[in-house]
Design a protein around this ligand. Structure first.
Ligand code: CP
Length: 290
C-alpha cells in the first residue's frame, strides 16, 4: 500500500509517535541509504523552510531529487497541475513532495500511484510542519498529555494552526487560542493574550498572512504588536519553563518583537533544525515498504 502523508488526521496517534521516534533515532545518528530513489519536489507556492529542509533531508538520505521550478516550466504554456504531476510520475519518480495554494489539491491526484507528501495545501493542512512542532515539544517536555499551548494570531488563515489544533487535542494537550477577532474561527473560544500567557507551557505565534487576505483591519504594525503580539514584557509573565514557537517566516515587529525571536525561551530555529529529521523520517516512511 502506498504511504501518502496528506493530513495528520488520517494518521493514528501510534503512527504519529512512530514518525517522531524515527526522527529521534535519525537525530541520534541512524542513517538510511535511499540512493536508488528519485523524489520530485513540486512547490507551486513559495517556500524556504519546507522546500529546502526536504532537499536537505533528501541529500542526507542520498535520494536523487528533482527540484521543479514552476517559473520556466510548461505551466506557462497552459499545462495543468494534474498533467504536470502525471508527467513526473511517467518519468519514474518514486514519490512527490507537493505544496499548492489550493485546499486539498491532492484530491485531483487520485490517479497518481506513487506516494505524495503534502508540503502544505492552502489554509487547510501542513502535516510535516505539525510533526516538527510536535517533535520540538516532545524533546522539551517528553510527553504531550496535559500540556497547555496557546496558539496566537492569524488562526483563520493558518494551515499550521488547523493541523496542530486537531492533532494536539488528540494527543491530550489543552489548546487555547488568542488573537484579533478578524482571525477568529467559529466554534472556538478566543482569550486575551495576557490572560493565557501565565498559564501555558507553549506559546505558538502565527504570522499575519497578508497574502491570504486583504488587510482586514487598520492597525499599524506597532499597534498589532502591542495588542496581540509577543513583546519581552509579555515573555516575562510566561511560566519559567515555557517555550516560544513560530513556524516562520515571522514578521519581526508585528506578531513577535525583534528581541523575542532569539530569546532564551525561543525554540524557533530549533524547530527549523528539527524539520530536517522529521522530513527524513517521513521520506523513509513513504519510500521503504516494511
Ligand atoms: N514554516 C513554513 O512552512 O515555512 P516555508 O513557507 O518557508 O516553507
Amino acid at each position: 500500500m502506498k504511504k501518502d502523508l496528506l493530513a495528520l488526521r488520517n494518521l493514528s496517534v501510534d503512527e504519529i509517535m512512530e514518525i517522531l521516534l524515527e526522527a529521534e533515532k535519525i537525530e541520534e545518528g541512524k542513517t538510511y541509504d535511499l540512493s536508488n530513489k528519485i523524489v520530485a519536489s513540486l512547490f507551486f507556492e513559495t517556500s524556504t523552510r519546507t522546500q529546502y529542509s526536504f532537499l536537505t533531508a533528501m541529500a542526507k538520505l542520498k535520494i536523487k531529487e528533482l527540484n521543479f521550478n514552476p517559473v520556466g516550466s510548461s505551466l506557462s504554456k497552459g499545462e495543468s497541475f494534474y498533467d504536470t504531476v502525471k508527467t513526473f510520475e511517467s518519468l519514474g519518480v518514486d514519490a512527490f513532495v507537493i505544496r499548492h495554494s489550493e485546499d486539498e489539491y491532492y484530491k485531483q491526484l487520485k490517479n497518481i500511484k506513487v506516494p505524495i507528501i503534502n508540503g502544505g495545501d492552502g489554509s487547510k493542512d501542513h502535516p510535516t510542519q505539525s510533526l516538527l512542532d510536535l517533535y520540538t515539544i516532545y524533546q522539551e517536555f517528553k510527553n504531550f498529555q496535559g500540556l497547555k499551548i496557546a496558539i496566537v494570531g492569524d488562526i483563520k488563515h493558518s494551515r499550521v494552526a488547523h493541523t496542530n489544533i486537531e492533532v494536539m487535542k488528540r494527543l491530550g494537550m489543552e489548546v487555547k487560542l488568542s488573537g484579533p477577532k478578524e482571525f477568529w474561527e467559529e466554534g472556538y473560544d478566543f482569550l486575551a493574550l495576557e490572560e493565557v500567557l501565565p498559564k501555558v507551557d507553549i506559546v505558538m505565534l502565527l504570522r499575519v498572512q497578508n497574502e491570504r487576505h486583504q488587510s482586514l483591519f487598520k492597525l499599524s504594525n506597532a499597534e498589532y504588536l502591542e495588542k496581540y503580539g509577543l513583546t519581552m514584557a509579555k515573555v516575562n509573565i510566561m511560566k519559567k519553563n515555557a517555550i516560544i514557537m513560530h513556524p516562520a517566516p515571522f514578521n519581526r515587529g508585528v506578531e513577535i518583537a525583534d528581541d523575542v525571536v532569539e530569546c532564551p525561551k525561543s525554540r524557533i530555529f530549533k524547530q527549523m533544525a528539527n524539520g530536517v529529521f522529521i522530513r527524513q523520517a517521513v521520506l523513509k516512511r513513504s519510500l521503504i515498504n516494511e
